[in-house]
Design a protein around this ligand. Structure first.
Ligand code: NDP
Length: 324
């Protein structure tokens, strides 16, 4: 018997209950993991509220964790008891221990602490595909990145700076502006007090940016489209303020023959080799100190409800982990 945070219905943070759950022995292809740290991500909020479905109820939510292998199922190769591993999918990480298919797990290099690994897998591999695959960001790229002081945001600022891009980041406070700048953001805009479209136009001499990375959704739509140059790329990859409803594809033509994509990490890492390449690229940048993972909040896992309230209340910066 172990403890986990489960929801019996989708809804507010109060639906998350710390309760005992039974675990079987690992089946063929599975590992039993004891979590050392569990990552907090905005997708956990969508799973909790019902914006995204969960496989069934009751559900252990949470997508990301780092742990130690306790037992190995039949047919698993490449992992043994005692290995330190991490993952960013599938759902079920808000638990002291869990079963997971070995296909979705990677070994964590020695120099990377468990808290760091748990904080960075989902957000870091997301930044990797956003900047290197969805759009090939380089020294000639000018980009707008919303929520630049968040978990994904602070990693994106550092990675994009390393690639040589000019980064305009939106933030919700002056403290967050300083933090984003300290992590490589070229310019910041406080979109709570400034008109971000007008400021982007000003900062780009009226030209607009090459690419907008928008994880805010409802509140920054359609403004984000107005920040783009003709033929620019709108990457809508999240809904922190709520989902965009009734998107009219004709807007892309009216606003300059724009390109649009709505990507998810889970497509970009669906193949085992892509997962391994993504994780290795991320580990490499972290090991070389090019990307530093800011674990700015830590909670006991049993207080996950408070962690969700703080994340939704825009009180967190950088990444957050929860300790079982
Ligand atoms: P963050 O740490 O970035 O937290 C969300 C931030 O969004 C807040 O801190 C806040 O920053 C900003 N925000 C703006 N408006 C709101 C609002 N109405 N309510 C709450 N927050 C708001 O979270 P993550 O790093 O975990 O994720 C960032 C985004 O990236 C999420 O939308 C997530 O779904 C998405 N994502 C998408 C992936 C994909 O593959 N598609 C994978 C990973 C993440 P501020 O106060 O500065 O505005």
């Amino acid at each position: 018997m172990v403890h986990a945070i489960r929801i019996h219905a989708q809804g507010g943070p109060e639906e998350m209950k710390w309760e005992p759950v039974e675990l079987d022995d690992p089946g063929a292809g599975e590992l039993l993991i004891r979590h050392l740290a569990v990552g907090l991500n905005y997708i956990d909020v969508y799973h909790r509220t019902g914006l995204y479905p969960v496989p069934g109820l009751p559900a252990v939510i949470g997508m990301e964790g780092c742990g130690e292998v306790l037992a190995v199922g039949d047919g698993v190769t490449g992992f043994k008891t005692g290995d330190r591993v991490a993952y960013a999918n599938p759902i079920g990480s808000y638990a002291e221990e869990r079963l997971i298919t070995a296909e979705r797990v990677v070994r964590v290099p020695e120099g990377i602490a468990a808290n760091t690994a748990a904080a960075m897998m989902l957000q870091g591999m997301t930044v990797r595909y956003l900047l290197n695959v969805t759009c090939k960001v380089g020294p000639d790229t000018t980009m707008l990145f919303h929520a630049a002081a968040g978990g994904v945001g602070l990693i994106a600022c550092q990675w994009a700076k390393y690639l040589g891009a000019t980064i305009i980041g939106t933030v919700g406070s002056e403290e967050k502006a300083s933090l984003a700048k300290a992590h490589g953001c070229t310019h910041t805009i406080n979109y709570r007090s400034e008109d971000f479209v007008a400021r982007v136009r000003e900062l780009t001499d009226g030209k607009g940016v090459d690419v907008v990375y928008d994880s805010i959704g409802k509140d920054t739509f359609p403004g984000s489209l107005d920040c783009l140059r003709p033929l620019g790329l709108w990457v809508s990859f999240g809904n922190a303020s709520g989902a965009i409803k009734g998107f009219d594809i004709g807007l892309l033509s009216k606003k300059g023959s724009l390109f649009a994509t709505r990507p998810t990490l889970f497509t970009y890492t669906a193949k085992r080799e892509d997962l391994v390449d993504s994780a290795n690229d991320l580990f490499d940048l972290v090991n070389r100190g090019i990307v530093k993972i800011s674990v700015n909040q830590t909670y006991p896992l049993r207080d996950a409800a408070q962690a969700h309230r703080d994340l939704e209340g825009r009180k967190t910066t950088g990444s957050t982990v929860m300790i079982p």
